[in-house]
Design a protein around this ligand. Sequence first.
Ligand code: NAI
Length: 407
Amino acid sequence: MSEKLVVLTCGGGNGAHCLAGLAAMRPDVESRVLTLYSDEAERWSAKLKSDMIITVHQDDGAKKTMNTKPSIVTKDPKQAVPGADYIFIVVPAFAHAQYFKAMAPYIGDNTVIVGLPGQAGFEFECVHYLGDKAKTCTIVTFESLPWACRLIEFGKNVEILGFKDTLGASILKGKQCNLARPIVETNQYILGEKPKVRRVQNYIAITLMAKSIVHPPIMYGKWSSWDGKPLTEKPLFYQGIDERQAELLSGVSDECVATAKAIEKKIGGLDMSDVIHVFDWYLNYYSDQITDKSNLMMAMRTNKAYDGLVHPMKEIEPGKYVPDFTYRYMAEDVPDGIVPMKGIAELAGVPTPYLDEVITWCQGKLNKEYLVGNKLTGKDVNETRAPQRYGLNKLEDLFQGNFETTP
Ligand code: NAI
């Protein structure tokens, strides 16, 4: 381990700018960036002559600016990865595999690989590409991004609109991984004061509570009976939820909770209490923002954090909109979201009529086949992050071999 903590950020989007910038502000951290996408590395490198600015919107409405600068931005894993103590992957889930493949030959022992956020199936994919090296590494999965953030100017200025108060993270520590620094505290140090990092008991729990469960049921509930006529405005996404959509989301969430309980019964020593119903999650996380807490539908309809958020729509001619089924609410949250959850439920022997109904409609819109009837045996399962895709076909497989963990 080098004297300085070497933190590598993978990606070149909103979140990657925040993390690379925040890490670079710590006095004993070397902050590197690896971005494989397009010409991002060249463009960001060219901006390194001067400081990068992080603009933070504070609770009192004031804005604070901070100057920072990562030490290097490159697209060459050979330059970025050797010596990295912490590798944060800060790109949408569809881009994770590309980074694992590129970095695997250069990742050293005792490295912490962090999915920020991980999204369902992050550990399956990471272990798949790392193989036995996973035993000497630790995989951390965050449940979401710590900030609501957006780029103002690429490589130059990123804005943090808000911080989450707390953020759950699971830790899959390889049996032969020896870390000098405590994991939760080191992640906290890199991220800064907020959000407060909270350990989630295990990686399957964090997978079953991934927020990717929210979008597909709402899309299905809204568009399965659509008559195909263009709309004149974009409907509200969360705040427009009706009873049927709320029932679908609640049903999917019940199935994830039932899966967690079944796993707890079948596998000794696991605590899955972090897997809670989505309604309880809303009450915990958005307590101050929700005005009507009487049920899930009203909580979502009256959540101020969702003001103005609309369905993903394509404008086919001026003022005429149709739903965009290629948006990440479907393209990502099905194969890297609810399909892995279905896969885990299947291994736990839990029936999932709601998940099945939602996946069946979504796969039709995505032109894929994941489910055949209610079984995950479709020809496109190998494009998802379900455990079955990686040859994990028994519940026990999720907790042994390279998935065995130490405290
Ligand atoms: P982003 O949309 O800014 O990410 C774009 C970056 O991903 C690009 O700059 C590039 O580096 C990479 N990328 C895009 N297309 C690629 C491709 N075809 N091949 C390889 N790499 C590609 O993402 P952002 O906003 O940083 O978010 C990261 C994750 O966090 C996402 O999963 C997002 O859903 C989630 N999230 C984001 C929030 C936000 O406020 N930005 C809030 C909560 C969650």
